[in-house]
Design a protein around this ligand. Sequence first.
Ligand SMILES: [Zn+2]
Length: 212
Amino acid sequence: MVEIMEALAGAGALIRDSHIVYTSGRHGTAYVNKDALYLHPLITEQLCGVMAGEYDADQVDVVAGPTVGGVILAQWVAWHLTRARTDGGEVLAVYAEEEIADGVKRRVFRRGYDEQVRGKRVVVVEDIVTTGGSARQVLDAVRALGATPLGLSIICNRSGKPGEALFDVPLHALATVALDSWAEDECPLCAQGVPVNTSVGKGKAFLARKQA
Ligand SMILES: [Zn+2]
């Protein structure tokens, strides 16, 4: 069993005690950097093994994730589930791509993957859930093909909300990182003059705006 937080920290994917500017514009101390995680296949593979362990492999036909991170996760989770099958069957890995139609963002299965998903039992995977938007789009794409989502497995829930508040399928999160955050003008780190982290999040853009 992998110690999840240790694995994330070991991969350089978990930053703590820093001064981060999030995509939302809010400030906080911690950051989960999925790009750093995917550099390390052994750690990614281990985490996906834990994600796969939440399911009865014989009940899963397909694992689906959103581009880009979900491609990697779907592949490894399906690999573990296939190895866990007792009937010699194969669990397939697919991904859903973004499409904007009439100003509305959604996810679709292209490349013939739609035919592999249609009517099947599907596990949906995602790396980090902040608002849950991408994961919900994949769940919608799965249901649009008459398939059944068995659940959603993610690396990290940093939404500050429980799964039931975000999704209508069971959520399995390897880690829950409560990221305290403040509006820019209420940030105690800014007040103390703590330098902003410019290597992750929106720190660089924040500084550029400040200096302008
Ligand atoms: Zn700040």
